[in-house]
Design a protein around this ligand. Structure first.
Ligand SMILES: [Zn+2]
Length: 429
């Protein structure tokens, strides 16, 4: 045969995922731990980490992994890995992942898109009979939300050595149950070492959980990094007293102290002294005993402060801590705090950002760089290997941690197609 007439050396045909299959799998996982919100009638998801519902969700996803031909292993902190062999199977794998645990009032997309998207990528490779040079791993990590045990990205932080396993095992939920006990209760203490061998690269597709992409009419966000985050669990102890008989001058009202701290957070942001990007929130305010006619003797509350700039966040945190002392004197209460999370700004790998950008462009998808306002497993994996994230827009102003959380089938499909393209570039390196 005349070589000039021979077909071009096979550059494999571009693959695409099945968007409807992906969306059905999101719906199926969303049934597990689902509940109907009595106020809105909407169906939400509650799969707090290591509860029975999380255990059921995990078993469902493990079955999906096995059905896709993945070899499933579990590590000692309950992280789950589904592996597809590569042609050079001893090479470090390319890992895709996220989480399937949820907050108490979740939708069905947060985290699940990255996990089920990874499995959909594997199915797509299987359907096309496509092998990759490197192994490919689809993973999900334990207690990403921090909603039950108070430390977010727990599983990925253990896997990458930031939190020792023994420390993680000993963390208790508000009922006093430890991570170790609860892992055992759902039978997810694996044999695999909790210390992850560094993958070649890590990719995570996730819903934006904010309004920016949708408002700009963009198909995707190429995530530049995750902003710095600081969490405090604050305990205020005053004096419980009768609301009718105790003169105002003799009160040590822990509730008023919490309110002052909450307002201080708003003032810090409004002052402009920390730039335009500071975010500060008191999401938990729990008075004890919590009765209408009793001055609260104790309040536990939370403080969440975030900024893309580490130095600015450090200054804001210092000011909040100094304010705790001020309020303690002013209100005659004692205030202690425990820092339950502090992560710096984590930049994602330039090279992965470039691959994601090129993949989006090649598919004709509109995209922009975006900073993640929320924490993600990818920021922990970034310690072990080059990491990158793809954001998918959300409807309803990108609301998340809420039953109204919604990304359309097309939005999810776009994100996971770019995940597929980026994975293929990396897995053949
Ligand atoms: Zn998430």
């Amino acid at each position: 045969m005349n070589p000039e007439n021979a077909p071009a050396p096979s550059s494999p045909a571009p693959l695409s995922i099945q968007g409807d299959r992906l969306y059905r799998s999101l719906a199926a996982l969303g049934e597990i731990g689902s509940y109907v919100d009595p106020h809105t009638g909407l169906t939400g998801v509650c799969r707090l980490a290591l509860t029975a519902a999380d255990g059921a969700g995990r078993r469902h996803v493990v079955a999906e992994m096995r059905a896709a031909g993945l070899e499933v292993t579990v590590d000692r902190i309950g992280n789950v890995f589904g592996r597809r062999a590569g042609r050079d199977d001893a090479l470090a794998p390319v890992m895709m992942g996220s989480h399937i645990d949820s907050v108490a009032t979740a939708g069905r997309f947060d985290g699940c898109l990255g996990v089920l998207g990874a499995i959909e990528v594997v199915r797509t490779l299987n359907d096309a009979g496509r092998t990759t040079r490197r192994p490919v791993v689809a993973a999900f990590f334990t207690e990403e939300e921090g909603a039950r045990f108070g430390t977010d990205m727990l599983g990925s932080a253990v896997a990458t050595g930031r939190i020792p396993l023994a420390d993680a095992y000993a963390i208790r939920d508000r009922h006093g149950r430890t991570v170790r006990e609860e892992l055992e209760a759902i039978a997810f203490v694996g044999e695999r070492s909790e210390l992850l061998e560094p993958p070649h690269a890590y990719l995570e597709c996730h819903v934006e959980q904010g309004p920016v992409l949708r408002a700009a009419g963009l198909d995707l966000g190429v995530v530049t990094g995750v902003q710095a985050i600081c969490w405090h669990e604050v305990t205020i102890v005053g004096k419980s007293a009768h609301a009718g008989t105790t003169p105002m001058s003799l009160r040590a009202d822990a509730g008023v102290a919490a309110a002052r701290i909450n307002l201080k957070l708003r003032e810090l942001v409004a002052s402009g002294r920390f730039g335009a990007e500071l975010r500060a929130t008191m999401g938990v305010i729990a008075p004890h005993p919590g009765l209408i006619n009793v001055v609260p003797g104790r309040v536990t509350c939370s403080v969440d402060v975030r900024n893309p700039d580490d130095a600015i966040l450090a200054r804001a945190e210092a000011e909040v801590v100094a304010f705790y002392d001020e309020v303690a004197k002013l209100e005659g209460v004692s205030i202690t705090h425990r820092r339950t999370a502090r992560t710096p700004f984590v930049p994602f790998a330039e090279r992965l950002r470039a691959l994601i950008t090129a993949a989006a462009a090649a598919r004709g998808l509109s995209h922009e760089p975006i900073v993640s306002g929320a924490g993600h497993d990818a920021q922990e994996l970034a310690r072990a290997c080059p990491a990158g994230m793809i954001f998918v827009p959300g409807e309803h102003d990108g609301i998340s941690h809420n039953p109204r959380e919604l990304s359309t089938s097309a939005q999810c499909e776009n994100g996971v197609n770019v995940l597929l393209d980026t994975l293929l570039s990396l897995a053949d390196e």
